[in-house]
Design a protein around this ligand. Structure first.
Ligand SMILES: [Zn+2]
Length: 240
């Protein structure tokens, strides 16, 4: 009896020690998110993992928020521990090329190499492969779409931007994000912008107080039934 009691007391301690949020997360696999029921929003972070990714992950964990990272392969290679942590903490990973070239100005072979090298780097770092593609600058054409289809990936852009890379101002980033936030919105942000990471606790709290659930972008895409090579949301002027 004594041994059993001690085991029960001690066994969960390492995993559950730091917060109530963790206790909820550790109990069972999370229930599927239903954006038909919930007021969902997807924050997406491009070009990382950036050097502030660890702080961002701490904030997301504290507020039980999930996001999507569109990773740049060269930084996956240099900061693999963050990538591993992203997966472990329930976030989603997308492919954002290896060195960030404009896919509409390079040869098909170079596009494939950019995508493949990033898939390989993420697999090596975290044991999974991204299932979504966001080409650098959101630049896609029919050729990029065809190549995305070869990899079985839809192309995921964004409904609005935080303009964080341009303002580099915490208040402006929060204000802009709240101004463009909408149900099922997909927001473009960057985890290499220090002010974005700095303002995240306040931003996440405000979004949650307005009824939003922060979800992986694929939770929002469920009802779109995207096929490989499809682009969402369709950019202005895009013709199928
Ligand atoms: Zn980018």
């Amino acid at each position: 009896m004594a041994i059993a009691a001690v085991t029960l007391t001690l066994a969960p301690a390492p995993a559950l020690a730091d917060s109530p949020t963790n206790q909820r997360a550790a109990k069972a696999a999370p229930a599927p998110v239903d954006c038909e029921q919930l007021k969902c929003i997807a924050l997406t972070f491009d070009d990382g993992p950036g050097k502030y990714a660890g702080t961002l992950l701490d904030t997301l964990k504290k507020y039980d928020a999930k996001v999507t990272f569109f990773l740049e392969g060269q930084y996956v290679k240099s900061r693999p521990a963050y990538v591993k942590r992203m997966v472990k903490e329930g976030h989603e990973l997308g492919n954002h090329s290896y060195t960030h070239p404009n896919f509409t100005t390079i040869e098909p072979g170079a596009i494939r190499s950019e995508i493949q090298k990033t898939q390989d780097a993420v697999k090596k770092a975290a044991g999974v492969e991204p299932k979504l593609l966001r080409p650098p600058y959101g630049m896609a054409d029919l050729q990029v779409s065809d190549i995305a289809a070869e990899y079985g990936m839809p192309i995921v852009l964004w409904t609005a931007g935080s303009r964080d890379w341009s303002s580099k101002n915490a208040d402006a980033i929060k204000k802009q994000t709240l101004a463009v936030a909408q149900r099922d919105g997909i927001i473009l942000m960057h985890d290499w912008v220090k002010q974005t990471v700095d303002v995240m606790p306040s931003l996440v709290k405000t979004l949650q107080s307005r009824g939003y659930t922060l979800v992986k972008v694929s939770d929002i895409l469920k009802k779109e039934n995207l096929a490989a090579g499809d682009v969402f949301p369709l950019p202005e002027g895009w013709e199928n």
